[in-house]
Ligand binder design. Structure first.
Ligand SMILES: C[S@@+](CC[C@H](N)C(=O)[O-])C[C@H]1O[C@@H](n2cnc3c(N)ncnc32)[C@H](O)[C@@H]1O
Length: 297
């Protein structure tokens, strides 16, 4: 939205796969995937060696053998593209295709059987799960190409821990942090999406995996945004870091910390705070949590 409005936009996420999405859609002003690129990405090329790593490592975990074969061929071809924004656009489409084919849209469990079991279904979308990768991929390439726009600004995608990001003081900082529910359960994006992170760290992937885990997740360290004993300090430090910018925070009204606590933290650093309640329900959320937008000037 800000890019469309002609603002210079900096995007930051510490996960490399999200950074790749930032490269494709925020930093990239004028590169698209064309038909030649797509033919190249989708075809087996006799001059290319295709490592069978995904097939060997993730058998029966997330995707079928046939799909794993398609994945490692496609990933290897994408790495051969010679433009980093073309690569990023293709990875964006691939991530979306991977996500839409997963039960719960996540990689948190070894649960391919949910897709393949012959049972009466009360939830999920078997048709979408079983649609060919290639079909989903092409649809998302089209979406990505349509989202590329040139706003004549030097927009930049960063991949930093936010506390290490020191590029400039932005006029406005939009923050969409991980969320801890009122029961104290945090969302660790590394655990949910490690498979996508592996795709963009393809050569290192094997060594990054916790081979004890049933679902072959990537080992990851602790994160203060997922821990209810640490998240208050994390918000406090984040607000202090960006105290000279307008802060806009996406939040849920039943989170830890409570919205009121965040408001008080912001007022303490001299901000005037306004809260907008959004009428938006999360697809997989079973509570009544509502999205709020906290605006602190
Ligand atoms: C609620 S998601 C928002 C993602 C993005 N706004 C979107 O809609 O796709 C929270 C994001 O914060 C990122 N994150 C978590 N801890 C971080 C940190 N310390 N520094 C930078 N990014 C972090 C996660 O990788 C995750 O992508």
């Amino acid at each position: 939205m800000f890019k469309k409005q002609g603002k210079q936009v900096f995007y930051n996420d510490y996960l490399k796969f999200n950074h790749t999405i930032g490269l494709a859609l925020i930093e990239n002003n004028d590169v698209f995937l064309n038909d030649d690129d797509l033919n190249f990405i989708l075809q087996k090329n006799d001059n290319i060696q295709y490592p069978t790593f995904i097939h060997d490592t993730f058998h029966n975990i997330y995707f079928t053998d046939e799909e794993n074969l398609w994945l490692y061929q496609t990933i290897t071809n994408i790495y051969k593209l010679d433009n980093k924004y073309k690569q990023a656009l293709a990875f964006f489409a691939l991530f979306q295709a991977c996500i839409i084919k997963r039960p719960y849209n996540l990689f948190h469990r070894k649960n391919l059987y949910i897709r393949t079991a012959e049972v009466e279904r009360s939830f999920g979308n078997k048709k979408t799960w079983d649609t060919l990768f290639e079909k989903h991929f092409l649809k998302f390439v089209n979406e990505a190409n349509n989202a590329v726009l040139d706003n004549k600004k030097n927009n930049i995608a960063f991949q930093n821990d936010i506390f290490e990001w020191n590029y400039k003081t932005p006029d406005l900082v939009y923050i969409d942090t991980p969320y801890i529910s009122k029961k104290g359960v945090g969302v660790n994006y590394f655990d949910f999406y490690h498979f996508l992170e592996g795709i963009v760290k393809y050569d290192e992937w094997f060594n990054l995996i916790d081979h004890e885990s049933k679902h072959k997740k990537i080992k990851n360290g602790k994160n203060e945004w997922c821990n209810k004993g640490e998240i208050h300090d994390a918000f406090q430090n984040l607000f202090t870091k960006f105290k000279n910018s307008i802060l806009v925070i996406s939040y849920r009204d039943d989170g830890i910390p409570a919205t009121q606590e965040l408001i008080e933290m912001l007022e303490k650093i001299g901000k005037k705070v306004e809260v907008k309640k959004m009428d938006y329900k999360y697809v997989l959320s079973n509570g009544n949590s509502k999205e709020v937008l906290i605006i602190a000037q």
